[in-house]
Design a protein around this ligand. Structure first.
Ligand SMILES: Nc1ncnc2c1ncn2[C@@H]1O[C@H](COP(=O)(O)OP(=O)(O)OP(=O)(O)O)[C@@H](O)[C@H]1O
Ligand SMILES: [Mg+2]
Length: 356
């Protein structure tokens, strides 16, 4: 026999107590009324009052049982489930008496749902924290061990050789820079992922921002022999967004377009009307680079995901750029689309709200 079945055959003690009090009260008052007004003998009055008391006891117990037992039982079941963290089992509780017990049941269910949501939220944060710390320590290890290796070799005698010496210091510097970028990106992504960084929405001219970004990346593109092309669009288009965050999105996308490209390749930037919503524009960053395999494509916005770890590392990549892009676009409640073909190129698109 299960615990709940066992419960059902038990006596409803509260109901019985209320019924007993009612029956005592009605028995005593009937006895008094009978003795004063009916002219019955003491014994007969007592027997009649006793009969009435028994009747009241049974009727009262029956109603108490019907009105309270099931719902109190439900409350007990809910609290037992909560203590076992089983929240889903009372999702469909309906109440139809609109009295204090119903009110209690309703509020009990409501509070347990709040507890459930809070537990889930805390679990999510905790999992995120664990994963994040795991990822960070993994990512920090590579440059730190590299620096340790170079410095050790230098200390073990390589310092004497001028050429080796310079080469190793350059490599050490590259890894130090990697650590600097990594910590900067980590701060940014953790703020974005926990929702700490709020977007500061303001209207601005899209052309100016895109122009600034292209200017800042011009040197890198030239060095890699990749052409940066901004196709014509209405210079008067204004959008409402966080200017610095959108700048960051464009930098990350265009930088990728350059970084994962080939010599003589190009990165084209377009701004067009968004067909699905006339209040929005679509920003397009399209490259003619190495492309991303179909199987890897859905994962590129995950933090620390890199298709080719060694190629990314060698170019200073930490695998956070697109995760930051995704979070910024989500925080703006805009859409991000991407598509790619290996050896043909990659296209990233995102929407922004226009200011009329
Ligand atoms: N335009 C692109 N063409 C080809 N591969 C790309 C492109 N953009 C991103 N990727 C792939 O997706 C991965 C994740 O990109 P992401 O920008 O997040 O990281 P990253 O460039 O490695 O490092 P960083 O944090 O410096 O941006 C890259 O490592 C690369 O493999
Ligand atoms: Mg990148």
């Amino acid at each position: 026999m299960t615990a709940s079945k066992k419960k059902k055959v038990w006596l409803f003690k509260l109901g019985l107590r209320i019924a007993l009090y009612s029956s005592l009260a009605s028995g005593a008052s009937s006895f008094l009324v009978l003795i004063i007004f009916s002219g019955l003998s003491l014994l007969n009055s007592f027997l009649a009052a006793f009969g009435i008391a028994i009747l009241v006891l049974l009727i009262s117990y029956f109603f108490n049982y019907k009105l309270q037992y099931n719902r109190l039982n439900k409350l007990e079941e809910i609290s037992r489930n909560i203590s076992k963290k089983r929240f889903a089992e009372y999702q469909d509780i309906t109440t139809n008496y609109s009295d204090e017990i119903d009110y209690l049941v309703k509020h009990f269910v409501k509070s347990s749902r709040t507890i459930e949501r809070e537990i889930q939220r805390l679990n999510r944060i905790e999992n995120y924290r664990k994963e994040f710390i795991g990822d960070i320590s993994h990512e920090l290890k590579t440059p730190i061990f590299a620096i340790q290796g170079f410095v050790e070799t230098l200390l073990n005698g390589a310092l004497e050789d001028e050429d080796v010496n310079r080469e190793f210091l350059k490599k050490t510097m590259r890894n130090v820079n990697r650590l600097i970028y990594l910590t900067k990106d980590l701060m940014e992504i953790s703020k974005l992922e926990t929702g700490e960084l709020k977007s500061d929405m303001e209207p601005f001219y899209l052309y100016e921002v895109i122009h600034d970004v292209i200017d800042s990346l011009h040197h890198k593109a030239e060095r890699d022999e990749v052409a940066l092309i901004l196709n014509d669009f209405d210079k008067n288009i204004q959008v409402k967004a966080d200017k610095n965050q959108i700048k960051q999105v464009l930098i990350n996308l265009i930088e990728n377009g350059v970084k994962y490209n080939i010599k003589g390749g190009k990165v084209e930037i377009d701004v067009v009307n968004f067909k699905k919503d006339k209040n929005r524009v679509l920003l397009i960053v399209k490259d003619t680079g190495i492309g991303i395999d179909e199987a890897d494509l859905p994962r590129v916005t995950e933090r620390f995901f890199r298709v080719d770890k060694s190629r990314s590392r060698e170019r200073g990549g930490t695998g956070l750029g697109l995760a930051i892009v995704k979070h910024i676009i989500e925080a703006h409640r805009e859409q991000l689309y991407f598509d790619s073909k290996v050896n043909e190129g990659t296209t990233f698109k995102f929407t922004l709200r226009k200011v009329h």
